[in-house]
Design a protein around this ligand. Structure first.
Ligand code: SAH
Length: 350
């Protein structure tokens, strides 16, 4: 590894921030030795905050009905081959009950932008979940809504909200999304969520079509500036029924490299080793943890709908991706020296 790269990594580990040009250099000049050094620092930084614990979230995919047409996404409105479903509030509650018994203390309700889930309905559902499981955190990931809507959902009990910024470059954002969706509105949502007291997660795909090192540098700077509680980073994987069907997937290596960098930017961040990472590599989840991630989100959706929430080709939802296989996940994590804990897993603030 060259001298400059080494110096930049040490600077990032000590100061938790680089300039835009330095982030770009770090990405453009990556090599196995740099990845190793970054991971070493990242693991040390994570251990200082969270020890060897790994937080788990039960992911409930509540609906694959979506009004949007994000070019990368398999559940986009225009995909006529997608078999649509929507869970009922009762089914969602049953998932939470089952998850609770399995040891989950955070439930993530994720879905497409499905108009059926009005503020009234989501608020009623949140109150029921919170009444049944007052010791649990609820995370929502339901896309872009108004500030008033986010306010009502927060009031009804939502603790966290995941909304990836997808890319911090406005022109690149426009290449990945239809004209109605803008980076400006996405950032408005993220700012609203934060000011309403949510623990907020942003994030981006690695290797999305048109992504450059300069754009990734902007993503990293956005994470430095926005100071999210969580950050979702996974490889882009093409879906056969989208305009990006013929594009190539992002890589495990670059994703892990970026996980390490993000851990060093914010040592206390909640950083999932994502399903997409587990999809491109059979031990992707473990490799993500070894790069500095500290969260895994096994699938708690009813088995009958899992295959329908197909964001990208071959998305895994069985084996240790399944909440029911928590024991397997625990064994896999313990084999690399980590302990899965039964805990809400809030961000640790100093
Ligand atoms: N409608 C919600 C949930 C979207 S799915 C929302 O907008 O937040 C959650 C994440 O999956 C998205 O933010 C996106 O980054 C990721 N995703 C979608 N399609 C993907 C693909 N083809 N490959 C990898 N990740 C994808």
């Amino acid at each position: 590894m060259n001298e400059k790269l080494h110096t930049l990594i040490e600077k990032l580990a000590a100061e938790h921030r680089l300039t835009l040009a330095e982030y770009e250099y770090l990405i453009a000049n990556r090599c196995p030795e740099a990845a190793e050094l970054l991971a070493e620092h990242a693991v040390r930084a994570r251990r200082a905050v969270y020890g060897n614990t790994v937080f788990i979230r039960g992911l409930i995919e509540i609906s694959n009905i979506c009004k949007n047409n994000c070019l990368y996404c398999g559940i986009r409105a225009a995909n006529a081959n997608c078999e649509r479903y929507r869970l009922t509030p009762e089914e969602i509650l049953e998932c939470c009950d089952e998850g609770y018994d399995l040891g989950f203390r955070t439930f993530v309700l994720q879905g497409g932008e499905d108009g059926w889930f009005t503020d009234e309905r989501v608020c009623a559902l949140l109150r029921k979940i919170k009444a049944a499981h007052p010791d649990c955190a609820v995370t929502l990931s339901l896309g872009e809504r108004s500030r008033e809507s986010y306010r009502l959902l927060r009031e009804a009990g939502a603790d966290r909200y995941l909304l990836r910024h997808e890319t911090a470059d406005a022109a690149h954002y426009a290449r990945l999304h239809p004209a109605e969706l803008t980076l400006e509105n996405r950032m408005r949502c993220l700012e609203d969520l934060k000011s309403l007291g949510y623990q907020v997660g942003c994030g981006f795909m690695v290797g999305s079509p048109g992504q450059t090192n300069a754009f990734i540098a902007k993503d990293l700077q956005l994470i430095s500036d926005f100071e999210p509680a969580m950050c979702g980073i996974g490889p882009f994987i093409p879906h056969k029924d989208t305009p990006f069907a013929q594009e190539t997937a992002g890589t495990l290596k670059l994703t892990c490299y970026l996980l390490s960098i993000v851990r060093l930017i914010r040592p206390n961040i909640l950083l999932p080793s994502t399903t997409a990472l587990g999809t491109i590599d059979p031990s992707g989840r473990e490799k993500g943890i070894m790069a500095g991630a500290n969260v895994v989100m096994p699938n708690l959706s009813p088995a009958s709908v899992r295959k329908k929430y197909m964001l990208y080709n071959n998305k895994v939802s069985d084996g240790s991706e399944s909440a029911q296989s928590k024991k397997t996940l625990e064994m896999r994590m313990s084999s690399i020296g980590y302990e899965v804990v039964t805990d809400r897993g809030d961000i640790k603030l100093f």
